[in-house]
Design a protein around this ligand. Sequence first.
Ligand code: MTE
Ligand code: MOS
Length: 772
Amino acid sequence: MSVGTSRLHDSAVKHVTGQAIYTDDIPEPHGTLVGYLAQSKWAHARITRIDLAAVRTYPGVVGVFAAADIPGVNDVGPVLKGDIIFADSLVEYAGQALFLVVAADMKTARAAAKQAVVEAEELPALITIEQALAADSHLLPTETMKRGDAPAALTKAPQRLSGRVALGGQDHFYLEGQVSLAVPGEDGAVLVHCSTQHPSEVQHLVARALAIPDALVTVEVRRMGGGFGGKETQASLFAAAAALAATTLKRAVKVRLDRDDDMVMTGKRHDFLIDYDVGFDAAGTIQGLKLMLASRCGFSPDLSGAINDRAMFHADNCYFLEDVEVVSYRLKTHTVSNTAFRGFGGPQGMFAIELVLDEIARHLKLDPLAVREANLYGSSPRDTTPYGQTVEDNIAPEIIAELADWADYGRRRAEIAAFNASSPVLKKGLALTPVKFGISFTTTFLNQAGALIHIYTDGSIQLNHGGTEMGQGLFIKVAQVVATEFGVPLEQVRITATTTDKVPNTSATAASSGADLNGKAAQAAAIELRGRLAGVAAAEFGVAVEAITFKDGRVFGGDKSLSFGELAKKAHFNRVSLSAAGYYRTPKIWFDRATFSGRPFYYYAYGAAVAEVLVDTLTGEYKMTRADLLHDVGDSLNPTIDLGQVEGAFIQGAGWLTSEELVYDGKGQLRTHAPSTYKIPTAGDMPPVFNVKLVQNRPNREDTIYRSKAVGEPPFMLGIAVYQALRDAVASVAPNGLLPRFDAPATPERVLMAMEAVRAELPMSAPKVAAQ
Ligand code: MTE
Ligand code: MOS
């Protein structure tokens, strides 16, 4: 059986040998042109004049496209409108696209773009969350999630703490930037090769922009060089620009952003400002909690509604909050429209509650792990979330206990205290944090998928489904499902590119549900075909259909057997169709926006991490010295792929909270738009001791594909342990137990300043006392 075995990513060898074909590697049709997008230099301005005459006449320019050239809708907003393709009267962020210049090469297109005369009247710009809050600049209505009476519980609570923390955003830094190659066809049709997680949406939005039916637009993607949520909606503008030029000029047109343009022009993880007010008892059990989650959404709605909802849904993480009030402000700023990023708001909500628990623990001088454990979901009535879903599958307590044991948390905690007491300059920090992540799109209708399987008369199988491959291993997992259903070797299943003309009207590959949804859809198609083939075999062998089995590439019945290919040929001669579509929709889920309650998630995925850091107290520099991860994927479809997801997600989460800092200046210009200034983790940031394990013998209690669980996003939030370990290290230099407060990301500067602040009462050269 192929499912459950560690199979190599189908493209692993192609990835490392450079043979994998990404959008930019597709052999270009004869006469392919390139497009360059000219951008606004203002964050907020009313355009008074755009004169493109000199651009049009620039030698080598083949076409210039601006708002007036769009035959259809000048908007690629995915849910709500607002994502203008080409700005014409108003610009709302520095980097917003103004027009497209098309030429034979990029150098010409860029030089031509500079000839434009663009005049504008600059308007006051809101850049930061604080500015947007002060100006009451809301992009979407404020949402509140409430249970019990938080204000009363806070008043009654024996102890109370409050604080504010700023939590930074994150650039996706996919290795392959945004790119679309549009190839015009007959009758106004267009084929768009697009690096997108959501081909159907790109198809629909391109069609709207061109004012043509969806059926004239085909969007295809074999693979992305990473998406991480950054290609869930953000590919559409570039696809629409390329398709507009291609259909007008009747030439293939490619729009590919370089790294700087990609970082400036595309949305990122939402940064948040978090205010908390928490009441608790002597054991650290939370009695009342008020949270404010304010996020910078940028200039347009994009997916900000659902992302901020998910932040609210994860403000409980693994903990029971009886009297709670979470208020979510979705703020409009004159910055790029922030978007989906691994975890989709969940990490921000979870960061908040983990910070609150750590504050409580340090205030009470208790081990943060003990305080976390005291607050975990338990049996009824301590098993319902603030949004009313019962946590039926709670394995967080066992995972935490198993990890604490496996990672030697208790012993190392003591060792680190001893180390810190005797080490005046270098200090260590340790933390264990858990994760509970809800699986399903919270917008219920998105939880559906389709697949298409063809069996050819030689027995080879072509598999197609609506999911997209971005490196996460979705394609191999779905192929394993199909190979298992047919009892054939994995190699017999040919994986094909995602394309809107094979499986239509799909959802984005997002919310970690790619394998859950597409695996089930492909399984349905395979079961349908297997039934047909079994009928043919039963007639051929003279046995009952129930007696037919599929194994090792053969089909058995009684004492007879045929190869899978021989049976396929027989089916064809018997005029039995060898092609089938499969469909799946997730059961049991619903959500009522009006009351902010329901069962938005089919199930939860769990995990926990222990991180250890070593900090230089003179400079604030630090490194992660060890990490131990234990993560729940139910019954794994492919353990090697899942381990890769867990490791990568954890490191990406750690990067978010440590080195990856986005800096906008007062004019709304992104100052960190290249790897020179924006630091993602590198191989050298991997902890030298890195132990990663999947939870064993814990099948999903829901009927998911082979009882597996989604893995793409949940382990991202294991990275929170690294931030908490840094807090632990900073706390070790606080002589009077001052709380180790610093914003995220915890850059060395912030860590140093936090240490300076907590030890400010003492001369800095008093390590004996500082090492309490
Ligand atoms: N892994 C790789 N290698 N590259 C990616 O772009 N995206 C993540 C995650 N893992 C990503 C990845 C995100 S944001 C999601 S939602 C899931 O993969 C999507 O794929 P899945 O639903 O098949 O898990
Ligand atoms: Mo992932 S943020 O849901 O694309």
